[in-house]
Design a protein. Structure first.
Length: 318
């Protein structure tokens, strides 16, 4: 029995798909899971104020102290050796934690599903790993990483359509203006839409955006996507990797609007299915909505399936 340790954040529930993929891959594999994040809840407003003062004057963060204690307990429960350790968001771990994990395996792998520019610590911790995968093509070229895209796993039957364009995402200042611009354009051109967002700390407000009151589990979110004709994907500046939305649209045979120029370099790209827009001169041709979706060959689609992602990681055991 080969033992694998999988470490990941849990906030998006995507880790469950990967964990289940490892567990289903082979009966000869045993998978342990450890989260690399924790949740700290203030007991009162006074404690929140006290933590603020502690950070300013003592450089001591209650949340960080709590998190390190949680991680220490989790690390103590791990096995002494694993055939492979696979980490998503390794930048959340300290150097000491990474070194401990490094000593417990001969195959230490990481997956960067965020652009390195957004989390510079990822560059600093590269020497810990035997192999690093990244979804960002430019990061792969610059840092000699192995390209591994995001994936899809949901292939539903067609569902009744509620509106034309749909987006669900976190919202922050980097993308806020683009959401506003797109919403205004769609309204002016009488194209139905719905934008659902989880608010950032800035609590940005817009007449085009509907704030979510609670987090929607990933599988439920995919079912929601299926009720719209076109998915909207707004990537951050300097991101060259393809988001999950693009692969979700591929799996569901949905059209997608994106500002990520990199998508045109992929073998599943078809202009009738994927509209690449420039927010400096936003234009959504009517023909894009009128033309039927062009089916993508199954052999091409399967390269981006959840099973292929799992197989790529597990192949490192050979």
């Amino acid at each position: 029995m080969k033992k694998i340790l999988f470490i990941s954040t849990v906030n998006a529930h995507l880790y469950q798909l990967i964990l289940e993929g490892f567990q289903a891959y082979s009966q000869t594999i045993q998978v342990d899971f450890m989260s690399n994040e924790s949740r700290y809840k203030y007991k009162s407003k006074g404690q929140r104020v006290l933590n603020f003062l502690s950070k300013v004057f003592l450089r001591r963060n209650f949340k960080e102290v709590f998190h390190r204690k949680v991680m220490e307990k989790r690390m103590a429960r791990l096995q002494p050796h694993y055939e492979m350790i696979f980490v998503i968001r390794p930048d959340l771990l300290t150097d000491a934690e990474l070194q401990t994990l490094r000593q417990r395996t001969h195959k230490f792998l990481a997956y960067y599903w965020d652009t390195i520019q957004f989390f510079p610590r990822k560059k600093d911790i590269m020497p810990f790993f035997d192999k690093i995968y990244s979804f960002d093509t430019e990061d792969c070229k610059q840092y000699n990483l192995s390209l591994l895209t995001n994936f899809f796993f949901y292939e539903p039957a067609p569902a009744p359509i509620d509106k034309t364009v749909f987006s669900i995402s976190h919202i922050e200042k980097k993308r806020f203006a683009m959401f506003n611009q797109m919403g205004k354009y769609l309204e002016e051109h009488h194209i139905s839409y719905r934008f659902l967002t989880l608010q950032s700390k800035e609590k940005l407000k817009s007449p085009y955006i509907e704030p979510l009151k609670a987090f929607i589990p990933y599988r439920e979110m995919l079912q929601l996507l299926n009720h719209y004709e076109v998915i909207l994907d707004i990537t951050k500046p300097h991101q060259h990797g393809l988001s999950f939305r693009i692969f979700e649209s591929l799996g569901m045979n949905k059209k997608i609007i994106t500002n990520n120029q990199a998508v045109t370099q992929y073998d599943f790209y078809h202009p009738d299915n994927i509209l690449v827009v420039d927010y400096d001169k936003l234009d959504l041709p009517k023909a894009f909505f009128d033309k039927p979706y062009q089916p993508i060959a199954e052999a091409i689609k399967q390269q981006y399936h959840h099973n292929t992602f799992i197989k790529t990681i597990v192949s490192n055991l050979d």
